[in-house]
Design a protein around this ligand. Structure first.
Ligand code: NAD
Length: 492
């Protein structure tokens, strides 16, 4: 693995000799080291991106020309699908089939934004109707400039693609800082854009710690836009810096998403979506439906079936066949999730299943799938994001109460509802205060549809045309074409 930063189309020796260990969460062994980038590395990367934007060809290319590069990037990712999926498994711990989805979706994201880049050629200018004779006006969409992207560790390459693909499609240049926990596929993306022949400085990748490289990136004067996915506390710090410097931001933050299940729901269907909604990616999913509300008459039977299935889940290293639950991403996250469960129990929650390291695993950050019950609505465990395979489940009596409990959160990323009554699903979907709502399912995500949260779950939307708009400015050009004098200045 490369031990350099990718800056201005070259692999550059880091300023500092400090490095960060990359650990395989399945066996706790270090298998790579990456540079711990500092403010000087970031400065070099932002300068390269600035020059590429201000003087380079990239923003002036047609959308179709930029789309050609994005398609090439998608092609190379697809060619390297197996290798990149294996890298993601080693870096993050997720089961191989899920890593493969991520990498396929990564390629799909570049393809999708190639399509939108082509459309921009026709749609980047629109007429604005003016009431005043003699004037005509147009609105133009233009790239916002240099974007700084900071991403988390739960879907490493996919989260990079959600930012890099629309930014490049729009004509922006970018500095990407991946999570220090899972930096490897972002470095692979640098190799890929290099092979695709992207002009120097258009995408720069610097690895490093949040408080060092990350902080330097958000504070850099040469950055016009900050695109962040990660936790609420870091998002809040980024927003404070952006407020000071008046930088454009988009924030995709955490969640504690509710899943409301009515008593007419098919119990097996409900269990299937509940399992997926909280245990895929080891529950380390921003939109995980981690607060489950079940109508009273269905509650005992549903809880029993959920516990039966959770106890049967196959746990193991992500590269083993037939595994559904891999290790958590690192020691810190593992300790955090165990501490959250302990706090829940101390507050009065009962462990219906799980709560501990599974038997037979001496090494690796493995945790049993955990179902907690009987917590109060005010308890920390019910209200805060745990980011692990831990679900809190509660009964409710009526629709009104379910909606009230679902919306009683500082988060508003996602929400799900299940019922055979379509009208009820529709009512509840509209009543949810959340940016993403699933009816009769939980989690399926499509690059075409807007993604982002209400309340403290974020600002702005990624994916679809909304994702492209994150990287576009709007300019008006107004022309006066009358021979008549305008009339304010009357010659003396
Ligand atoms: P995190 O906030 O700890 O770190 C995210 C990124 O921010 C990392 O690259 C980190 O190095 C960087 N960072 C940390 N401090 C920084 C600073 N002071 N300045 C600049 N950058 C800094 O989050 P995480 O633990 O990596 O990810 C988990 C969180 O991400 C969860 O809360 C999850 O819900 C959220 N998430 C949200 C979405 C979404 O789409 N809404 C998707 C995935 C993850």
């Amino acid at each position: 693995m490369n031990s350099k930063h990718y800056i201005d189309g070259q692999w550059i020796k880091p300023i500092s000799s400090e490095t960060i260990a990359v650990i395989n969460p399945a066996n706790e062994e270090e298998f790579a080291r990456v540079p711990a980038g500092n403010a000087q590395d970031i400065d070099a990367a932002v300068t390269a991106a600035r020059v590429a934007f201000d003087e380079g060809p990239w923003p002036k290319l047609s959308g179709a020309q930029r789309a050609g590069y994005l398609d090439k990037i998608a092609e190379i990712i697809t060619r390297r699908l197996d290798e990149l999926s294996r890298l993601e498994v080693r870096d993050n711990g997720k089961p191989y089939p899920e890593a493969k989805w991520d990498i396929e979706d990564t390629a799909g994201t570049f393809e999708f934004y190639a399509g939108l880049a082509r459309k921009l050629d026709d749609e980047s200018e629109s007429e604005v109707a003016l009431p005043e004779p003699g004037f005509s006006s147009r609105a133009l969409k233009e790239p916002i400039g240099v974007a700084g992207a900071i991403i988390p560790w739960n879907f490493p390459m996919l989260m990079a693609a959600w930012k890099v693909a629309p930014a490049l499609a729009a004509g922006c240049t970018m500095v990407l800082k991946p999570s220090e926990v899972t930096p490897l596929t972002a470095m692979a993306l640098a190799e890929i854009v290099d092979e695709a022949g992207l002009p120097p400085g258009v995408l720069n990748v610097v690895t490093g710690l949040g408080p060092d490289a990350g902080q330097a990136l958000i504070e850099h004067d040469g950055v016009d836009k900050l695109a962040f996915t990660g936790s609420v506390p870091t998002g809040s710090k980024i927003m404070a810096v952006a407020a000071r410097d008046i930088k454009n931001i988009s924030l995709e933050l955490g969640g504690k998403s509710p899943f409301v299940i009515f008593d007419d729901a098919d119990i097996e269907r409900a269990v299937e979506w509940l399992m997926f909604g909280i245990f895929w990616n080891q529950g380390q999913v921003c939109s995980a439906t981690s607060r489950v509300l079940v109508q009273e008459s269905l509650y005992p039977a549903l809880l029993q079936r959920l516990v039966e299935e959770a106890n049967k889940i196959s746990i193991g290293a992500g590269d083993e066949e037939g595994i559904l639950l891999g290790p958590l991403v690192n020691a810190a996250q593992y300790e955090k999730v165990l501490a959250a469960i302990a706090r829940g129990v101390k507050e009065g929650a009962n462990i219906a299943c799980g709560g501990d390291r599974p038997e037979g695993f001496d090494k690796g950050y493995y945790l049993q799938p955990t179902v907690l019950t009987d917590m109060s609505e005010d308890s920390w465990i019910w209200r805060e994001e745990i980011f692990g395979p831990v679900v809190c489940i509660k009964p409710f009596s009526c629709e009104e109460q379910a909606v009230k409990l679902a919306n009683d959160s500082r988060f508003g990323l996602a929400a799900a509802v299940m019922s055979k009554d379509d009208a009820r699903c529709e009512r509840v979907a509209k009543a949810f205060r959340a940016g993403i709502v699933w009816i009769n399912c939980s989690q399926p995500t499509f690059v075409e549809a807007p993604w982002g949260g209400y309340k403290q779950s974020g600002i702005g939307r990624e994916l679809g045309e909304w994702g492209l708009n994150n990287y576009l400015e709007t300019k008006q050009i107004t022309r006066f074409s009358s021979e008549e004098p305008w009339g304010w200045y009357i010659k003396p």
